[in-house]
Design a protein around this ligand. Structure first.
Ligand SMILES: [Zn+2]
Length: 268
């Protein structure tokens, strides 16, 4: 198994494919099969097809984090290029999937030299999952850089628990989110914590990246712990901001989360 562990230790090659206004479809280069890639959340086929043709890559599998059309809408057309496994959560709204993975399972793609741990992360949707492996996290619309997804189906307690799980991953984990929302998220993060030095420094770097039209992703779990208010519900400054917003003392971290998530929904 020495070959296997060498593959596991190598950093993952991942490229962004832009889709719609601000989605990223991530293409993972298969360490065990050079020239093959795995697409994460292909909401649109066209941009993926263009990148496959440009790079001469072969699509070998598709990973899906949740059922929203901007994450799964391109799957059927991509399958016309050849059948590949479509791996996603247990949800009837994802009729295109060929393999179901669940919380705490391991998703192995041995021929590609890839393996991911599945994390059930309900909140944005109830069946949302994240793929974690090779030092990388593909978390769809659950965790964004300096922010998090809207709670369309889950409760604050569920979403806070999901984010707490992601927060506990190793700090050097690369975070591949589904959208380029970092700049707007940081504006809100600084409304919650105006004095957060790390968030201010990050805002400077993010502005430079966006001016160069470059992605701000992947982020790192260690950075998110320092700048993302939704991962900082146990920090006194964030708790105080939530209490001020609510107009009464808010103590529990999940409750703090609920207040700042609702605040973000109204924030312009
Ligand atoms: Zn979504």
């Amino acid at each position: 198994m020495s070959n296997q562990s060498t593959l596991q230790a190598a950093p993952l090659g991942v490229r962004p494919v832009r889709a719609f206004a601000d989605n990223y479809i991530w293409l993972i280069e298969a360490p065990g099969q050079p020239g093959s890639v795995v697409a994460v959340d292909p909401g649109e086929a066209g941009p993926v097809e263009t990148e496959l043709d440009r790079s001469g890559s072969r699509l070998a599998a598709i990973l899906l984090t949740h059922h929203h059309p901007d994450h799964i809408g391109g799957v059927l057309r991509l399958l016309q290029r050849g059948r590949v496994p479509v791996i996603g959560p247990d949800d009837d709204r994802i009729a295109v999937r060929t393999r179901t993975v669940r919380d705490r399972e391991r998703c192995e793609l041995p021929e590609l030299g890839l393996a991911f741990d599945i994390l059930g992360v309900p909140g944005h949707t109830l069946s949302h999952i994240a793929f974690w492996g090779h030092g990388a996290l593909f978390c769809g619309d659950t965790l964004f850089s300096a922010g998090c997804g809207r709670m369309f189906e889950g409760t604050p307690v569920q979403m806070h628990a999901s984010l707490s799980r992601l927060k506990s991953l190793p700090p050097d984990t690369a975070v591949y989110c589904g959208h380029e929302y970092t700049a707007a998220n940081l504006k809100f993060a600084l409304a919650v914590e105006p004095e957060n030095r790390d968030a201010l420094d990050y805002q400077t770097r993010v502005r430079a990246l966006r001016e160069a039209d470059a992605p701000t992703l992947p982020s790192l779990i260690g950075l998110e712990r320092r700048v993302n208010p939704f991962l900082r519900c146990d920090v006194p400054v964030v708790r105080a901001a939530a209490s001020a917003r609510a107009g009464h003392p808010v103590e529990e971290a999940a409750e703090v989360f609920g207040v700042i998530r609702a605040w973000k929904d109204q924030f312009r």
